[in-house]
Design a protein around this ligand. Structure first.
Ligand code: ADP
Ligand code: MG
Length: 237
């Protein structure tokens, strides 16, 4: 599947009746790279979960390449090209790397395994190790690899760098950038490492209390540290 356009129109959502995400609208063109920034607890994870159908949508629309996926189940959204790598790195600790990569996938998808091992040589080396024996960085690679086996056309990444050593962050960002430049994927990256996120993305959305409070080109933020400070309350680092 080639990269797909993602459109979000006045989306409000939360958990049951509790509203966390309010009236969010944004668009990522096919092959685009959007970074979503914001302090802890502002609703970034809830937004991604809502795009995947894992929270309660109150109103608004989500379209993948023009197709309305707002009321579809999570599995149907995946078939429409949505791929999600959750902040919690959902892997099976008691299964090996290879088992993690083979369970839940059809034969056709498993054929992508060699490609995945090429992308993450570290996982190839550790294919017989259990999930729980992996380092944080390897677990993140495995979580991402599982999602990539589904060949998503829109990839949602929730803080992939959280808790990882700088050298591993560099490697992962390189892999993510390579995916983006392949032209096969539209990428939405939620990230706390502002500088890395700005270097990756072409556009940025800043979220505060469940609302989009700023949207623009990442270059605008890169060249205006006082704006970054005002929006995110931190110096760039
Ligand atoms: N499963 C849940 N049920 C109820 N409230 C939740 C749940 N998950 C998160 N929240 C609340 O939603 C708000 C936004 O959380 P989250 O989307 O995780 O923010 P972020 O990813 O930006 O740190 C927080 O106030 C959090 O307590
Ligand atoms: Mg989060």
């Amino acid at each position: 599947m080639p990269a797909a356009r993602l459109e979000v129109e006045r989306l409000s959502a939360g958990y049951g009746p509790t509203q966390i995400v309010s009236e969010m609208s944004f668009e990522v063109p096919a092959g685009g790279r959007l970074a979503i920034l914001g302090r802890n607890g502002v609703g970034k994870t809830t937004l991604l979960a809502t795009l995947m159908g894992l929270s309660t949508r109150h109103h608004g629309k989500i379209l993948a390449d023009g197709q309305d996926i707002s009321v579809m189940r999570t599995s149907a959204r995946a078939l429409c090209g949505m791929g999600y790598v959750p902040q919690t790195r959902d892997i099976f600790g008691s299964l090996t790397v290879e088992e993690n990569l083979s369970t839940g996938f059809k034969t056709r998808e498993r054929q992508g395994l060699s490609e995945i091992y090429e992308m993450f040589p570290r996982l190839a080396e550790r294919r017989r190790h259990l999930g729980l024996q992996l380092s944080g960085g390897e677990q993140q690679m495995l979580s991402m690899a599982r999602t990539l086996l589904g060949k998503p056309s829109i990839l949602l990444l929730d803080e992939p760098l959280e808790g990882l050593a700088p050298v591993i962050c560099d490697q992962l960002m390189e892999t993510i950038s390579r995916l983006a430049t392949s032209g096969d994927m539209t990428i939405v990256l939620v990230e706390q490492q502002i500088e890395r996120a700005l270097n990756f993305a072409d556009r940025v959305m800043v979220v505060e209390r469940g609302r989009s409070v700023w949207e623009g080109a990442s270059d605008e933020l890169k060249s205006d540290r006082s704006l970054v400070n005002r929006l995110l309350g931190v110096g760039i680092h």
